[in-house]
Design a protein around this ligand. Structure first.
Ligand SMILES: [Zn+2]
Length: 255
């Protein structure tokens, strides 16, 4: 799950008493929560527990009425010592696929797979580059055969590194980025790619579950069937998974 930055949460620590804590970003130690035992009335002003969070930490957000009933402040005073905090309302900090992947000191910066297209077509592999997420846009949704939630939006981001070999983008460019089930990093996408997203179904990779690709499927089909007559529309094909750490297969089918 995503870290609920800026919120009070209850962390169950059976068999011990649960902790009520405020979720914040420690620029050295990462996502954390600070507070005290649920019975401790001074847990906001004199916290006694600090818990480092992982995406698996079992926690639940307190409701507004619980926060009110416990006289918890919107922000505890000690938060001022921890520098710039992630905006709890920004969609990328609520995206479970991105939880724990942001730069510790720059909460909106994340390493992203940036590319010029399918490495098989371009003869250039993707590069891992830092981008700064700035804005969210709605995007065409991929129809998936699996039960997991497809990503419904695209993040607009500034490319912070100069890529070593890529030719289609350079430092300072605004690029579009999506979070992808199965991929360890978010993926750079083009408008052409997004434009085909609703017209092709991808059966996620049989090994990692990745449900997107580098190129628009029509471009991939042309590369794989260069001699197909123009009036013949390729209906489906298999492809290697775009995940650099995976050698599984995806099935792409026109809808
Ligand atoms: Zn895979």
């Amino acid at each position: 799950m995503a870290f609920p930055f800026g919120k009070w949460v209850l962390i169950d620590r059976m068999p011990e008493e649960p902790v009520i804590a405020f979720v914040y970003l420690d620029h050295h130690a990462g996502p954390s929560a600070k507070g005290g035992l649920a019975s401790d009335l001074a847990l906001a002003t004199m916290p006694t527990r600090t818990i480092r969070l992982s995406p698996d930490t079992a926690l639940s957000e307190l409701s507004a009425s619980e926060v009110h009933a416990r006289h918890l402040p919107a922000q505890p005073d000690w938060l001022a010592h921890y520098g710039k905090q992630p905006d709890p309302e920004s969609a990328w900090h609520r995206d479970p696929l991105l939880a724990g992947k942001f730069h510790a000191s720059h909460p909106d910066d994340i390493q992203t797979l940036v590319h010029d297209g399918d490495p098989r077509r371009m003869r250039r592999g993707p590069e891992l580059c830092w981008v700064r997420l700035q804005r969210i846009d709605r995007a065409p949704t991929r129809r998936l055969t699996e039960g997991f939630e497809p990503s419904r939006h695209v993040y607009l981001a500034e490319l912070l590194n100069q890529p070593h070999t890529l030719k289609s983008v350079s430092r300072g460019d605004r690029i579009k980025v999506i979070s992808v089930h199965g991929l360890p990093y978010p993926l750079h996408v083009t408008d052409e790619y997004l434009g085909e997203r609703e017209h092709w179904k991808i059966t996620p990779c049989d090994k990692c579950g990745c449900s997107e690709s580098f190129d628009p499927p029509s471009v991939m089909a042309k590369l794989r069937f260069p001699d197909a007559a123009p009036e013949l529309e390729i209906q489906q094909f298999t492809s290697y998974c775009p995940n650099p750490n995976c050698n599984g297969l995806q099935l792409l089918a026109r809808l």
